[in-house]
Design a binder for this molecule. Structure first.
Ligand code: AMP
Ligand code: MN
Ligand code: MN
Length: 326
């Protein structure tokens, strides 16, 4: 099917649309929500659209329209359509799940392999680099403004590790090229939203690297940041973005585990793989999800319990020799 027609079809006769993404929104999530919101404002101006997201990380606030984002769900509002973006399951919508539940109809655009097609209409492509790349396919390219392009570019750049990860396909580069032609300042966008770190972010990254340990015959690297340490640095979860990728860059490592304590004995776990271990199945086993090479889950217990449970599952997937503890 012609993808632009698909969006046209879905938005036909709709007067009110809510757009939502996953909890603790990242670059792809914010980029997708704002990209679609801005596109709809210019191409479908008659539709009243609202974006529902948790507080977004400060570097994304330069995107047009982010001050309009709603952070709480109205009790009695019922939308004609709820569009879920970059979210693997309805629970991960967080506070906006109530609007998803009560909406007349629902549409989901996503690239998580763990996504079970939870909406009425689903456009899910696990191979795609990002939700922003999928939205690009749904849009009429000739009507993508510079503001829409900025938002989509943020999402594509972030979810590909700035066009490095294996999910970067020729189509990803083609989409990025089209977005560049709208005149966006790609260098500044990537610098500002991806590379620049606050002093605190760098300090906590240093600490996580310093305290990391090698496990499973050096095939696995792990690091934990406790609530005490987060409080000491006054760090937010978004300040820890990127630590797990840095751990994964360690020579010889197959899997990187990074976890931080959300509250007492509740850990947000990030898993990254260099290709031989499917971390999505491991995250799903514990109730989370994600992609083959990047997945996440929230787990309870002491950090030792959580680590042991994860290592057992990782060892299952490693060849027998390398799975042994050194
Ligand atoms: P993270 O480690 O949080 O950066 O997440 C890696 C990937 O897994 C991202 O695409 C997330 O959207 C996804 N993910 C993280 N946590 C969960 C979860 N609890 N359930 C489903 N997907 C998740
Ligand atoms: Mn995301
Ligand atoms: Mn994504």
């Amino acid at each position: 099917m012609n993808m632009t027609k698909m969006l046209d079809e879905i938005l036909k006769d709709k007067t009110s649309v809510a757009i939502g993404g996953h909890v603790r929104p990242d670059g792809d999530c914010v980029g997708a929500c704002m990209g679609l919101y801005l596109y709809m404002a210019s191409v479908y101006p008659k539709i009243q659209a609202d974006v529902y997201l948790e507080e977004i990380p400060e570097p994304f606030e330069f995107l047009r329209g982010t001050e309009q984002i709603k952070h709480t769900a109205p009790k009695n509002k019922r939308y004609d359509l709820f569009i879920s973006l970059d979210c693997g399951d309805s629970e991960r919508l967080g506070f906006s799940e109530s609007l998803f539940r009560t909406a007349e109809s629902t549409f989901c655009v996503d690239h998580h392999i763990s996504n079970q097609s939870f909406a009425d209409i689903n456009y899910i492509v696990p191979d795609a680099s990002s939700t922003c790349e999928l939205l690009f396919r749904l849009m009429d390219q000739t009507r993508i403004t510079k503001e829409v392009a900025e938002a989509l570019y943020v999402g594509i750049a972030h979810d590909t590790g700035v066009f490095l990860y294996s999910c970067t396909a020729p189509e990803t580069m083609e989409a990025a090229a089209t977005l560049l032609r709208t005149g966006i300042d790609a260098n500044a966008i990537i610098d500002r939203t991806y590379y620049v770190k606050t002093y605190i972010q760098n300090q906590i990254l240093g600490r996580a690297l310093l305290e990391s340990i090698l496990l499973l015959n050096h095939k696995c690297i792990a690091s934990v940041i406790t609530k005490n340490v987060m409080d000491f640095y006054e760090a937010k979860p978004s300040d820890l973005e990127g630590i797990v990728s840095q751990l994964r860059n360690t020579e010889g490592v197959e899997v990187a585990i990074f976890m931080y304590e959300l509250e007492n004995q509740v850990f947000k776990v990030s898993l990254r793989s260099n290709g031989n271990v499917n971390v999505s199945t491991i995250a799903q086993y514990f109730g989370g999800g994600g992609h083959e090479r990047a997945a996440g889950v929230t787990m309870r217990g002491t950090s030792y319990d959580v680590m042991n449970n994860l290592l057992r599952q990782i060892a299952h997937q490693l060849p027998k020799e390398s799975g042994k503890q050194k």
